[in-house]
Design a protein around this ligand. Structure first.
Ligand code: ZN
Length: 273
């Protein structure tokens, strides 16, 4: 009899304790939000993680997931930067900029002289054209390489004389606005040449291969089809711009075709009035 009473009392105590505990929990401020923000949420410390990880396991040496692509890594304003964005709204500054590391390339040209680009672009283009020949047995040559401010004056005036200014502005940049003046842009064609400086180059074996593979060497097809309202230039499947493997690969992987779109710059369909 006494034993049963003790059991009943003990049971009642348990129930009361449970109720009080539940009440305390219900009245306590919910801190999910602060926990979600990181303050006060218990996180495994580095030492705790390490102590449960067998030494030498892959986890111990795996670096943290890579951070997002750093779009501020290089200047897009400095004409000497491999990321410089030159378009009809962004003249080179200074307008008569000339690169300091022009390098000769062992690549044939349509005009027979030795071609030049800036050192990183020259090295990449040489490797890319050699790989193309090794892979296909076909050849690529250069139709236009680095152009100085003065030679761009001649080229642009030649286009104006033959096609008029409006048509010239769709094909050739005005002096100070040309990517060729940076020493990072090149016009390519097959060897023997076919469809040079013509949209049909995009359908040649060289044009198809370059459009698919140039990013692996750090080049982008700078004036893609149907993006004249963004770049200000007609489709130029022959014009490749060196931006480095990292940026070219990022643009390829994210499907962003122009530097203007990638860097969130205004479209540059025409020169400022
Ligand atoms: Zn070009």
């Amino acid at each position: 009899m006494r034993r049963r009473r003790i059991l009943v009392i003990a049971g009642a105590v348990v129930v009361v304790v449970a109720l009080v505990a539940g009440l305390v929990q219900a009245l306590a401020p919910h801190d999910d939000r602060t926990a979600a923000n990181g303050s006060g949420s218990p996180k495994p410390t580095a030492s705790a993680t390490a102590s449960t990880t067998p030494s030498g396991s892959p986890n111990a040496s795996t670096p943290p997931s890579p951070p997002g692509f750093d779009k501020t890594q290089f200047s897009i304003d400095d004409p000497a930067s491999i990321w410089v964005v030159s378009d009809k709204l962004r003249p080179l500054n200074p307008v008569d900029y000339a690169p300091a590391d022009l390098t000769a390339m062992p690549i044939p040209t349509t005009w027979g002289a030795v071609p030049y680009l800036r050192k990183p672009a020259a090295d990449a283009l040489t490797a890319m054209t050699q790989q193309y020949t090794a892979e296909t047995g076909l050849n690529i040559q250069i139709q236009s390489d680095y152009r100085s401010y003065q030679s761009q004056v001649k080229v642009y005036n030649g286009w104006v004389a033959s096609k008029g200014q409006a048509a010239a502005d769709l094909t050739s940049a005005r002096p100070g606005f040309s990517e060729h003046q940076t020493g990072l842009a090149v016009d390519l064609v097959g060897n023997p040449a076919k469809c040079g400086l013509n949209a049909c180059f995009g359908d040649t074996p060289q044009g198809i291969w370059l459009a698919t593979n140039a990013y692996k060497w750090g080049f982008i097809l700078r004036y893609p089809k149907d993006l004249t309202p963004v770049t200000g230039f007609e489709y130029e499947p022959w014009h490749f711009r060196y931006v480095g493997v990292e940026l070219a690969t990022e643009m390829h992987d994210t499907g962003v075709q122009t530097l203007e779109q990638f860097f969130g710059l205004p479209a540059a369909p025409d020169y400022a009035p």
